[in-house]
Ligand binder design. Structure first.
Ligand SMILES: Cc1ncc(COP(=O)(O)O)c(C=O)c1O
Length: 439
């Protein structure tokens, strides 16, 4: 081991010369060779204090958290703009009590796959309540949101079918289609004219169009009216992933389809419990025959242990609280608008976000490393997003706004970002190795 066939020198890896994509696309002589080079990269990144991932949080994910900082080897207090605890339910006392009661009654886990003995009265109740909430005939609850997209798409599509994806679709959507062995065609983000062009070229193949309510890395929302209109004209199915929009958009919180009054035009809807619900898990809703089929043939449902019953108990409590009182949601929207305005006024580029997911665009990987190191030192915790979650030229900090943030916390966040962005120049990764696939 020394110099790899694609030019990496194990004894001389300067992390500033590389982006994450270089390692994702590395092919060595041996399958594990990449880990040797990545290890050398990591050691240099640690030395320069660029590695801000993987520091354990030692408190609940509220708006200020304590984090174990590996660089000072002790706990430090951070402003938390990273958790998906949009409505604060993960720490709501009534939700915690419901989970505790569920734990006492059912124990710590489902301890079986749902088709065997992992399906409890409370699992069925959750599916019934979600179907009722979403005004659909049925729902199936999966252990994760990722597994929901994976299971649904890999089950419905077959080789020869086509999934037409908005290019910014979540990894779980891409992975589900890949698992099915179906073809992937992408259309430019939110561009119904380009979507039409792609659909025209399908030559009668079976197809499903996949879009997201709120785009998870950009915070903008699907241009659903135009997209639905095109899909109807071409007679293709639509899947809508409302992971970040459930409980936030639509008068009753059913998501972006409700916001546009288009719920009846969506064939299949995905959601997660890991965001506004403050828990873990995912769900699919649609007509009862489709749900019955998915329940039997979605691999990530059939072959994986079911959601823990106490988790279902907590989610049911969130639904109950949410239906009675929208204070948290109203507060979230106030905070979201405040932050969007403040960040824009500070001269930061937040793209076209329309939601509580707010990207602050950075540029190259190296600039992201410099900026994330500095905000980390100043006690601000945000999503630090690079390849493969986004292209390596469109890296960003991603802020998740919560109803729990105070004005003072939001002002401090903006002040830190403004100071750090102003102090860091514009520079790019000087590549020795130019082979990044994603641009
Ligand atoms: C649009 C979208 N779909 C699915 C998922 C996966 O959900 P989970 O994290 O609950 O597995 C995410 C996660 O962030 C997402 O943003």
């Amino acid at each position: 081991m020394g110099v790899s066939k694609n030019g990496f020198d194990i004894n001389n890896i300067n992390c500033s010369d590389y982006g994450q994509a270089d390692f994702a696309n590395f092919t060595g002589e041996d399958l594990f060779e990449v880990s040797e080079y990545f290890w050398a990269f990591l050691q240099d990144a640690y030395k320069k204090k660029y590695m801000v991932y993987g520091n354990p949080i030692v408190t609940a994910p509220v708006s200020e958290i304590d984090v174990y900082d590996r660089y000072v080897e002790s706990e430090r207090r951070f402003l938390n703009f990273c958790s998906y605890n949009y409505l604060g339910y993960s720490c709501n006392p009534e939700v915690i009590k419901a989970v505790q009661d569920g734990l006492s009654k059912y124990g710590t886990g489902a301890v079986s796959a749902p088709l065997l003995s992992g399906y409890y009265d409370i699992s069925k109740k959750l599916e019934d309540e979600i179907a009722k909430f979403k005004k659909k005939e049925g729902a199936v609850v999966f252990p994760t949101g990722y597994g929901t997209n994976l299971g649904v798409l890999s089950c419905l599509l077959k080789p020869g079918d086509v999934a037409v994806l908005d290019i910014l679709s979540h990894a779980s959507i891409y992975d589900g289609v890949r698992l099915a062995g179906a073809d992937i065609k992408v259309f430019n983000h939110n561009n119904s004219r380009h979507l039409e062009k792609v659909l025209k070229g399908l030559n009668g193949k079976r197809a499903i169009v996949c879009v997201e309510g709120v785009y998870s890395m950009d915070g903008d929302i699907a241009h659903l009216p135009e997209i639905v209109e095109v899909c109807k004209r071409y007679g293709v199915r639509i899947l809508l992933d409302e992971a970040h929009s459930t409980l936030i958009f639509g008068e009753n919180g059913r998501g972006v389809a409700e916001h546009y009054g288009l719920e009846d035009s969506i064939d299949i809807t995905i959601g997660t419990f890991s965001k506004s619900f403050g828990a873990i898990g995912g769900f699919v809703t649609g007509n009862k025959k489709l749900m019955a089929y998915l329940r039997m043939f979605s691999g990530s449902y059939v072959f994986s242990c079911a959601m823990a019953p106490h988790t279902a108990a907590g989610i049911l409590k969130v639904l109950e609280l949410y239906k009675k009182d929208k204070t948290e949601r109203n507060k979230l929207w106030e905070n979201t608008k405040y932050m969007q305005e403040r960040l824009t006024a500070a001269g930061l580029d937040i793209g076209d976000t329309k939601s509580q997911v707010i990207p602050v665009f950075v540029g190259s990987d190296l600039r992201l490393r410099e900026i994330s190191k500095k905000i980390y030192e100043k006690g601000l915790y945000t999503g630090v997003v690079t390849y493969p979650a986004v292209s390596n030229k469109r890296t960003r900090l991603r802020l998740s706004i919560s109803s729990q943030h105070t004005k003072e916390q939001m002002d401090s966040c903006v002040a830190i970002l403004q100071e750090v962005f102003e102090s860091v120049g514009n520079f790019e990764v000087k590549k020795r190795y130019k082979k990044s696939v994603v641009t």
